[in-house]
Design a protein around this ligand. Structure first.
Ligand code: GLU
Length: 320
C-alpha cells in the first residue's frame, strides 16, 4: 500500500512556480514547473505562478506571456491568476522599512571596486563561482555610512554560531550554511534601485501563503538566506524541496544564460516525458500510449511523483 505524503505544515498546501522572464522556458525550467505542479496536486493543494521580473535589465519583453503560454500547452494551469513582481514594489518597500526599523538592514555606500579593494586588503580573493563576501565597511557596528550616501541596502547577518543556519530539504536532507562565511551581509535593495531576489521571494512566498517551495537544486544555497530573512521579518518558513538539476551536454546546468534552447512544444507530451525522466519519475506503460493527451499523462504522473517522494524519503532515512 502506498502512503500519500502529507504536508508537514498543517495548513492547506500552496505551491508555486516562479520563473524569471529572461527568455522562454527551457528543459530545465520545465522540470521545476512540473515538479512543483505535481507536488501541489499530490497534496491536493493549490499551484500558483509568479513572474519574477524584478531584475528588469535581464527580462526579455514578452517572455512572461510566452512562459504562461508554454505552461498552458503543457497542461500546467495555475489555480489563481499569476502575479508579477514588478507590480509589488510597495510590499518589498514595507519589508525593507521593517528591516531598517529593527536594525537588520543598513545603507551601504560601497561600489564594487570599494568592496574588491577592502577584500584585497584582507587578503580575500573572489572565488571562481560566487561573489566576494561583503567586508562590512558600512555596517553600523563598524562605523556605518559616515558622511557617505547609501547606494544599496544590505542586511547584517550574524557571525559565528548565530549565523549558522541549519535546515532540512525534503530531498537533500539536513543542510546547513554559515551565512557570514558563505554570503555575508547580502543586498536586499540594489544600488540601481532594483529589489533583490532574496527579499522579493521571501515577501511574496509569505504574502501568497506558500507552504511548499519546489524548485531546482541550483537554488538550494539561497534557502538559508531566505529562511533567515523570514525569521527577521517574523514570517513562517515554507518547506523546501530542491529537484535534481538538468545538465547540458557540457555537464553544466542548463540555463537561458548558457544558451539552452527553448522547449520544442510541438509535442508537449514528449517534453513532459523528458522532464519526468529528468526528475526520475518511474512512469508506467500507460503513459507511453500513442496519442495520450497532456491531461492524461499528467494524471498518471501524480502517483509516480508520490512514489518518487517515498523513494527520496527512504533514501534519507537510510542515509541518516
Ligand atoms: N525566479 C527564479 C529563477 O527563475 C526562481 C526563484 C525560486 O523558485 O525561488 O531562477
Amino acid at each position: 500500500m502506498t502512503r500519500a505524503p502529507v504536508a508537514a505544515t498543517g495548513s492547506a498546501y500552496i505551491g508555486r512556480f516562479a520563473p524569471s522572464p529572461t527568455g522562454p522556458l527551457h528543459a530545465g525550467s520545465l522540470v521545476a514547473a512540473l515538479a512543483s505542479w505535481l507536488d501541489a496536486r499530490a497534496h491536493g493543494g493549490q499551484w500558483l505562478v509568479r513572474i519574477e521580473d524584478v531584475d528588469t535589465p535581464r527580462c526579455v519583453p514578452g517572455a512572461d506571456r510566452v512562459i504562461l503560454q508554454q505552461l498552458a500547452t503543457c497542461g500546467l494551469h495555475p489555480d489563481a491568476p499569476p502575479v508579477w513582481q514588478s507590480e509589488r514594489g510597495a510590499l518589498y518597500q514595507a519589508a525593507l522599512d521593517r528591516l531598517v526599523a529593527t536594525g537588520v538592514a543598513y545603507g551601504c555606500a560601497c561600489t564594487r571596486s570599494d568592496i574588491a579593494r577592502a577584500n584585497a586588503e584582507l587578503g580575500r580573493t573572489k572565488p571562481r563561482h560566487g561573489d566576494l563576501v561583503y567586508p562590512g565597511t558600512c555596517r553600523p557596528d563598524r562605523g556605518g555610512l559616515g558622511a557617505r550616501t547609501a547606494r544599496a541596502w544590505r542586511v547584517a547577518v550574524p557571525e559565528g554560531t548565530a549565523g549558522m543556519w541549519p535546515w532540512c530539504d525534503r530531498r537533500l536532507g539536513p543542510q546547513s550554511q554559515a551565512l557570514d562565511q558563505a554570503v555575508g551581509d547580502f543586498v536586499v535593495r540594489r544600488a540601481d534601485g532594483l529589489w533583490a531576489y532574496q527579499l522579493a521571494v521571501v515577501v511574496d512566498d509569505a504574502e501568497q501563503g506558500v507552504t511548499d517551495v519546489v524548485r531546482g537544486e541550483d537554488l538550494a544555497d539561497n534557502t538559508p538566506r531566505q529562511m533567515w530573512l523570514q525569521a527577521q521579518l517574523g514570517l513562517p518558513h515554507p518547506r523546501y524541496l530542491h529537484t535534481p538539476l538538468v545538465l547540458g551536454a557540457n555537464g553544466e546546468k542548463l540555463s537561458k544564460q548558457n544558451g539552452a534552447a527553448a522547449l520544442d512544444l510541438r509535442d508537449p507530451v514528449a517534453a513532459l516525458r523528458q522532464a519526468g525522466a529528468a526528475l526520475g519519475l518511474a512512469l508506467g506503460d500507460a503513459t507511453l500510449r500513442p496519442g495520450i493527451t497532456v491531461a492524461d499523462w499528467l494524471a498518471l504522473a501524480v502517483p509516480a511523483w508520490q512514489a518518487l517522494l517515498l523513494r527520496w524519503e527512504a533514501a534519507l532515512v537510510n542515509a541518516g
